[in-house]
Design a binder for this molecule. Structure first.
Ligand SMILES: Cc1ncc(COP(=O)(O)O)c(C=O)c1O
Length: 429
């Protein structure tokens, strides 16, 4: 069915949406605007209403049991992280043994680099996308330096061609092939945080392997946003956060994936901690680190239960909706936002707003990035003031994500209405 710009159309779409009831399962901030549009799930997901009770339960158990809660509480803390694994494995398309929830994202990537970035004097280069998220860029620079290499020499960035905003896959594949003899690692964001471009992870992984290199991904903007099949794609390792599309609370614990091919490779160097040690003998407290099999062997510390409780509650909501249904709605809702932005851009050609996110559904998730050249922060500031919560990235990009779990077609309609009003106001000045 073709889209149209009327409220009636948006409301009819919502009425027919099989996931519509999930919206009520989240707390929506109002920030003083009754019909606030929250389009920043790519930055921080909303709070599921079940999170509070889940956290309070663990607070009560702590009060009731003290240290005994590790083994005797309702959800014993000793093995709490295991309760998150099945859903998390499903979200990233992994076997349960390949996934564990732990630490924060940047920490986890550093830990995985200990095992998977193993440069030699001749094979030490890392290929990544230009304009990676800064934390990843700092990570690559300091990893290269840690191993005694000059980051400018060791890191090869694939950038969009002159005059283009997206990275061409052929350019990535050509770069991998051209550096095959000196390549240690291909490391990309699954979805680029700035443009929303979704990279073809199976193809990049195959190309990395053909070059004799390892393939790893930062899935901060992919996990819970796009379908993933990390195991089948043969990805070596990956890490992601849980506070964006997985709604687990600000700064909460992330997840890692280590392919089963590596799960029993005890020869791999790794930084050890007692939570990664064989759990059968962990409490013997002896020296001699014996990592557990699978991703759990990369853990360091016992887990933060309050955060994990929030994450378990939010993953339960996610699992109930299911990735296939979420993706189906996501494609349509994102296409509707694209249609709306295009329609407004046509009405106000002087505003020079344009999409930089790929238009092909298979090359994006639900994030749309809009170039507002010439207006800098003005349009963004006005949108926030009007109750449309999007975000701004220098120099002139507004990012937004209609999240299928809790956003609606009516949200997109309201966004279009506000954008039209703001551009009209700008023209009349
Ligand atoms: C793509 C990407 N990588 C890394 C990070 C850093 O995450 P953390 O602060 O959890 O380490 C972020 C944070 O938003 C991100 O978007």
């Amino acid at each position: 069915m073709p889209f149209d710009s009327s409220l009636a159309f948006a409301e009819a779409q919502d009425a027919a949406d099989p996931l519509r009831a999930f919206r009520d399962r989240f707390h929506f901030p109002s920030l003083g605007t009754p019909d606030l549009v929250y389009f920043t799930g790519h930055s921080l997901g909303l709070q599921p209403k079940t999170v509070k009770a889940a956290v309070e339960l663990e607070l009560d158990e702590w009060a009731k049991y003290g240290v005994e809660g590790h083994f005797h509480s309702t959800n014993p803390w000793y093995s709490y992280h295991e309760r998150l694994t099945p859903t998390m494995a499903g979200i990233v398309g992994a076997q349960e043994s390949e996934v564990v929830c732990m630490n924060s994202l940047t920490t986890n990537i550093h830990l995985l680099f200990v095992s998977f970035y193993r440069p030699t004097q001749t094979r030490y280069k890392i290929i990544s996308e230009a304009k990676m998220f800064p934390s990843d860029r700092y990570l690559l620079e300091t990893q290269a330096q840690f191993h005694g290499f000059d980051p400018d020499d060791a890191i090869i960035e694939v950038a969009p061609r002159e005059g283009e905003t997206l990275i061409r896959e052929e350019d990535i594949l050509d770069t991998i092939a051209a550096h095959a003899d000196e390549l240690a690692l291909v490391f990309f964001g699954g979805v680029n945080y700035f443009t929303g471009q979704l990279f073809n992870m199976p193809r990049l992984t195959a190309a990395a392997h053909a070059a004799g290199a390892v393939a790893g991904f930062d899935l901060a903007h992919a996990a819970g946003n796009v379908p993933l099949r990390l195991h089948d794609w043969n990805v070596d390792f990956a890490a992601w956060c849980s506070y964006k599309y997985l709604n687990s609370s600000p700064g909460n614990v992330g997840g890692i994936f280590v392919h089963e091919r590596h799960g029993r490779r005890f020869d791999l160097p790794r930084f050890g901690g007692w939570w990664g040690h064989d759990k059968e003998t962990r409490f013997q407290m002896k020296s001699g680190f014996q990592p557990m099999e699978g991703a759990e062997g990369w853990q360091l510390s016992n887990v933060p239960i309050l955060g994990m409780a929030a994450m378990k509650a939010s993953l339960d909501v996610f699992a109930e909706a299911g990735m296939p249904a979420l993706r189906e709605k996501s494609e349509r809702l994102t296409a509707y936002l694209e249609f709306t932005i295009d329609a407004v851009a046509q009405e106000f050609p002087d505003a020079r707003t344009s999409l930089i996110t790929p238009r092909e559904p298979e090359q994006r998730g639900c994030q749309i990035s809009m170039d507002v050249a010439g207006r800098e922060r003005k349009l963004f500031d006005d949108m926030i003031a009007a109750g449309v919560i999007v975000d701004f990235r220098e120099p002139c990009v507004i990012r937004m994500a209609p999240v299928p779990l809790y956003n609606s077609f009516t949200d997109v309609f309201t966004f279009g209405k506000v954008m039209r009003a703001l551009l009209a106001e700008g023209e009349s000045k």
